[in-house]
Ligand binder design. Structure first.
Ligand SMILES: [Zn+2]
Length: 185
């Protein structure tokens, strides 16, 4: 894991050790602390696989822990490489600084999905997650990630719950469907 965490703002090395201290400062304990560590090691992106490995939990329990961290405000929903993911803002700020040597011009920045389009897509999908069918905690997912040329066109948008979103991470639509089939079999 060394060398993956980039430079801090002051030019010092952000390591898992310093991240660990930051986690302790935030008062997390037990499985949630391990989950937060796993998310930090996963470039700040919360996925059930990363958390399950770090916290030694099942992937389904890992999702529950991730959702608990969301509800407590430790994780936020964010666009990463064109896909929506649940992230640790603190670690993402460090990664973003590492990966963004110069400011991105405003015209190159992906536009957010307008609220009216979000509502239209959720209405079309009957306010249910495309992957699991729940009507709770719904978000908008890009089938083709924007980093791969995916747009905010309605055909490219799909309704997904936060749980499926956290399992999806930054996988593409097809990769995630294949992954789900692998899990089910
Ligand atoms: Zn779902």
């Amino acid at each position: 894991m060394s060398g993956r965490l980039g430079q801090s703002r002051r030019g010092g090395r952000m390591t898992m050790a310093t991240f660990d201290i930051a986690v302790q400062d935030r008062g997390l304990r037990g499985a949630e602390r391990l989950a937060y560590m796993g998310i930090g090691d996963n470039d700040g992106v919360a996925t059930d696989v990363a958390v399950a490995q770090w916290a030694n939990e099942t992937q389904s329990d890992a999702c529950e822990i991730i959702l608990a961290l969301c509800e407590k405000g430790y994780l936020i929903e964010r666009e990463i490489n064109g896909a929506t993911a649940l992230c640790c803002p603190r670690m993402r700020a460090i990664i973003d600084e590492r990966d963004t040597p110069r400011p991105v011009a405003a015209e190159d920045r992906p536009a957010p999905v307008p609220p009216s389009v979000r509502a239209w897509v959720m209405e079309r999908d009957n306010w249910r997650c495309h992957y699991c069918g729940t009507d709770q905690n719904l978000t908008i997912d890009h089938k083709v990630p924007r980093s791969q040329g995916g747009t905010n066109d309605r055909e490219n948008l799909i309704t997904a719950c936060k749980t499926c979103n956290c399992a999806k991470g930054t996988k593409s639509y097809d990769d995630f469907l294949a992954y789900r089939e692998g899990q089910a079999s």
